[in-house]
Design a protein around this ligand. Sequence first.
Ligand SMILES: Cc1ncc(COP(=O)(O)O)c(C=O)c1O
Length: 390
Amino acid sequence: MQFSNHMDEIQLSKIRQIGELAGQMAKEGRSVIKLQVGEPDFDTPQHIIDAAIASLNRKETHYAHNRGTMECRKAISDKLWRDNGIKADPEKNILVLNGCAEALQCATLGILDPGEEMIIIEPTFINYIQLAKMAQCTPVIVRAREENGWLPDVEDIEKAITSRTRILLLNSPTNPTGAVYPRELLEQIAQLCVKHNLIVVSDEVYEKLIYGDAKHVSIASIPGMEDRTITINGLSKAYAMTGWRLGYVAADENLVLPMLKVHQYSTTCLPVFVQAGAAEALNNGEADVEAMRREYQRRRDMLAKLLLECEDLSLRVPDGTFYMYPNISKLGIDSHSFVFRLLEETGVATTYGTAFDQKGEGNIRISFANSEENLREGAARILQFIAKVR
Ligand SMILES: Cc1ncc(COP(=O)(O)O)c(C=O)c1O
């Protein structure tokens, strides 16, 4: 039987494999600590759930507008202006989509033509490369280096640009490194995009999970970028709403139209009650987000302190997200073997860095979206394991 040839190029998620193995071990009665998942351990705040239930009780059970309910688009528009300095007309510039995952798919399938190139900064969220390939495009990799705080060099980005480059994909705060792009860097990148006529897809899903003095800047708010940026955001991480599947794009109306086509002919619309919950979250959820952010910051500080006690490991304490990306290369063991041995021998699940950075060996990703108790126990087991393999 014949299948789509270009799907042969697409890889299944490497991270899933670790989760499945960890799940299997837990079923067998082993003590497993899951520090590989990129998902808040908090539940969605009750007032958001109540808003969705109220919508269902109003029998709002029909198809919604393809672009999203006006209530939800309006809440997104207000948020973008309040938090990001982005002007987005709810009628023309916003699409409510099935998570940032669908937003990314709409941006790549909607904007790229086969044979074009999309620049991706590694270490990277794993979806981007596969999405470029689904759009029959070439993902062009620029590596951000650890010694540079995991930020990319603008010169490296410029060197990667060719006549076929259409999109530069940015993700700040960054999964998996936790790096937050400062304004000056974004201004330099903006100049480059104007010079080379590139579209920026800016994935800002970790925007609210930011610590210390770091500040989130949306590249769409930098002069010259408003018409060439697709801002992607969603409620999964900051509001503990992963299962609600609510993400969105904000962009110039000319960019929105092709993305709307992808959405219309794939998922069509989001449930109205999900959008009612999302509007409540965006309009009245700031205190909940701040409480969770503080807790992540506390856990970050605690975990970093524990890990930094180990001389065999180095760590840049992340400014954002809920991930740490320590370097284990001093141990002389590759990150893939480290992660699988760590899981099998101690029950602690993490993710190997080569899943995010094909050429970058030596790091593992640890999620601190977990309880203090689990993080303390996880760190103790990691340090015992390091002492054993040293
Ligand atoms: C950088 C990044 N973008 C997008 C997503 C997908 O988010 P959503 O749940 O909104 O689809 C994730 C999820 O891990 C992510 O890490």
